[in-house]
Design a protein around this ligand. Structure first.
Ligand code: JAH
Length: 262
């Protein structure tokens, strides 16, 4: 799979040659291109921004350099990904959809954003995804692109080692956005007077699975009630319903309740 990034800060993307992604690139599973938007700005100062029509604070990215850059980098197979705080939420499901594309082109905005005519134009040319990685404002799209490239890359077959598996994740497609994972432990069995829960050392695989599921429910109820509210009641067994009742969430398990009813 091919990734191209267009940015005025190409140096932000040196992490792409490190670690998991660098190894996958060495193996030929992924390839990366990072491009300086100013290479498509032809005035003396390679200007990429200008004052906003209608007034207001800050600067807006000029359409011409973006048009020249995107005309060069996009192919008919590309999807164009644009991080913006006003985008659709980037979720594990979106990462999974993007991972099936042969070519992703990422456009990193800075300042107050990119002149709106640019995306209006490219929506007529390729699939455009304006995406948000969370409800906060960054200085530009670069860090959000690193997040999205990592989340998408690890879903490409062969990128993860055999030791790490995609499907066990609390947010993996299939059991995505269901429960958060419970706690994990490794050696030693006692650390600073804190013991590893006895059930995990019992060797009783049925009890271990049940305990992990209970802990996942407890944690999800405490930290991500929005996820619990979306659970399909058909995915709950008798034990789950009893635990949810103990947590004061018994109404989640009522048959006939629909996801998103709240
Ligand atoms: C800020 C262009 N969802 C996080 C996010 C993504 C992009 C930006 N901010 C936050 C951003 C300034 C200019 C993009």
């Amino acid at each position: 799979m091919r990734f191209d990034v267009i940015t005025i800060f190409p140096e932000y993307f040196s992490p792409l040659s490190a670690s998991l992604l660098g190894k996958a690139a060495d193996k030929g599973l992924l390839s990366f291109g990072v491009h300086d938007l100013r290479d498509w700005a032809y005035d003396r100062h390679r200007t990429v921004d200008d004052t906003p029509y209608g007034g207001g604070p800050g600067m807006v990215m000029k359409p011409a350099p973006w048009g020249e850059a995107l005309d060069d980098v996009l192919t008919p197979e590309s999807r164009l990904v644009v991080p913006t705080p006003s985008g659709r939420p980037f979720t594990q499901a979106v990462a999974g959809e993007l991972a099936s594309a042969p070519h992703l082109v990422f456009a990193c905005g800075r300042y107050e954003g990119i002149d709106s005519r640019v995306m209006a134009h490219y929506r007529d040319v390729v699939e455009v995804h304006e995406l948000s990685i969370g409800d906060y404002v960054l200085a530009g799209g670069e860090v959000a692109v690193l997040v999205m490239v990592e989340a998408v890359s690890r879903l490409v077959p062969g990128v993860l080692g055999n030791a790490e598996s995609v499907s066990d994740d609390s947010f993996a497609p299939g059991r995505m956005e269901t429960l958060v994972e419970g706690p994990v432990y490794t050696k030693p069995p006692v650390w600073r007077d804190r013991e590893v829960p006895a059930v995990l050392k019992s060797g009783h695989h049925g009890k271990i699975a049940r305990w992990r599921r209970d802990e996942a429910f407890r944690r999800t109820a405490a930290l991500r009630p929005d996820l619990l509210a979306r659970l399909d009641p058909k995915a709950l067994d008798k034990h789950d319903r009893r635990l949810l009742a103990e947590l004061g969430l018994g109404d989640l398990a009522v048959p006939g309740r629909h996801a998103l009813d709240g």
